[in-house]
Ligand binder design. Sequence first.
Ligand SMILES: [Zn+2]
Length: 120
Amino acid sequence: MPFVKGFSEKITRELRKEGITVVFGKGKTLESSLCKLKQKIPKDQTKNNIYLKRSTSCNFKYIGESGQTLKQRDIGHKSDINTKKSRSGLYKHIRDNEGHKIDFQNQKILDREPNMFKGK
Ligand SMILES: [Zn+2]
């Protein structure tokens, strides 16, 4: 049975938290098993995303890309906002539009490109 120690254990554990049981089938590669499971991995735990965030109060859209998981990237965004970093597009929007918030809960992944960050 193909099994990458550590890696698949971690994924199995993450998926189990979501109530999904993972069985790595006989004769299948880990990759093909993961391919089928791709949809089930929580979206904030996937890496190399192009993501879209919105304002809760208007049509403001922010498209970003990150080699980190969305969760990790959000920590960065939130810290930029808290420390009022003017290079942060998200902070600028909140600063210039009173009462607006960035909707971190309902962001959208536009694309996922595993090779996008290679060589950078
Ligand atoms: Zn807004």
